[in-house]
Design a protein. Structure first.
Length: 299
């Protein structure tokens, strides 16, 4: 029980880090090609993670039967996800991407129900529905957001990124071996970096500003090295449905950070949508606990 409480806290910390990441991506991709910036980000993360893993856990190895799944995790969760996300942030607003990425829990629920036959409790279903309502309210409350505007490509790419993350989560949920989260994170990051490496031969590199470099370091160290390790840990402790529902917190954090850092206006409808999303997160996260308590009372 204590581990689950810790996982819930870490999940909220992680979503704060990732919620701020959209602003950093926006800064970086304005100076560096989106694919090339993703490669730089995960190249640095790979070096840091690999050194840490070999010093701290030198005996950690990936079993032969899990190697393909780890590689696929790197393909979908690193290279393809950030290909779509980085380009989506380039074409549309960072907060809009954060909102659209929040469609992940809906896709995850469907995947878990159809593929793994996971039992969907009323709390999980209700939380997902509330999340969709909150996302819809936030989208229609933003004057610049329109699926028929010039940002349509960015919107579609954000949804493609969400689908890639669902595939990544599904792959990472089940392994034959029992690994530390840092082990899976390291090898998936290495594979993701490898898949992104052709970018150095396709796009011409340029010298970014100090501001872009600091944002790239934030993305690499906090959002990739630390962030992915936390995500794998929380995935193991909470399950895919619960942890992906926490992703709904990202648009809230993006809206607040946009207000504080970029001085953007936040409307009453955006606040209402955010509160509904939080309610959805609460329902999904605590539905199992509530069901258990009700069962005990009946007995």
């Amino acid at each position: 029980m204590e581990n689950k409480k810790q996982a819930h806290v870490l999940a909220m910390v992680l979503m704060t880090l990732w919620g701020l990441s959209y602003l950093s991506i926006k800064v970086v991709v304005e100076e560096i090609n989106p694919v090339l910036s993703a490669f730089y980000r995960f190249l640095l993360a790979s070096i840091i993670l690999f050194i840490f893993l070999k010093i701290k856990y030198p005996a950690e190895k990936i079993l032969k039967e899990d190697r393909v799944k780890v590689a696929l995790g790197g393909l979908f969760g690193v290279s393809l996800y950030f290909y779509f996300e980085n380009y989506s942030v380039l074409f549309t607003s960072a907060s809009n991407v954060a909102v659209l990425i929040s469609s992940i829990p809906v896709f995850t629920l469907l995947t878990q129900m159809l593929i793994f036959k996971e039992k969907m409790t009323p709390g999980k279903i209700g939380g997902a529905i509330l999340s969709v309502i909150g996302i819809f309210i936030i989208i229609i409350s933003k004057e610049k957001v329109s699926f028929f505007s010039s940002g349509t490509i960015g919107d579609i790419m954000a949804l493609m990124a969400a689908l890639c993350w669902v595939v990544y989560t599904t792959i990472t949920s089940k392994f034959k071996g029992n690994y530390k989260s840092i082990t899976i994170t390291t090898y998936q990051t290495l594979w993701g970096c490898l898949f992104l490496s052709p970018a150095i031969f396709i796009f011409e590199p340029s010298m970014p500003s100090t501001k872009a470099i600091f944002n790239l370091l934030y993305l690499s160290i906090f959002c990739s090295c630390i962030g992915y390790a936390i995500y794998v840990y929380c995935l193991n402790k909470l399950g895919s449905t619960v942890i992906t529902t926490y992703i709904n917190l990202q648009p809230i954090i993006s809206l607040i950070s946009a207000k504080v850092l970029l001085k953007e206006k936040i409307t009453l409808w955006q606040l209402l949508g955010s509160l509904i999303i939080i309610s959805g997160v609460f329902l999904v996260s605590f539905s199992e606990k509530i069901s258990l308590n009700n069962l005990e009372e009946m007995i």
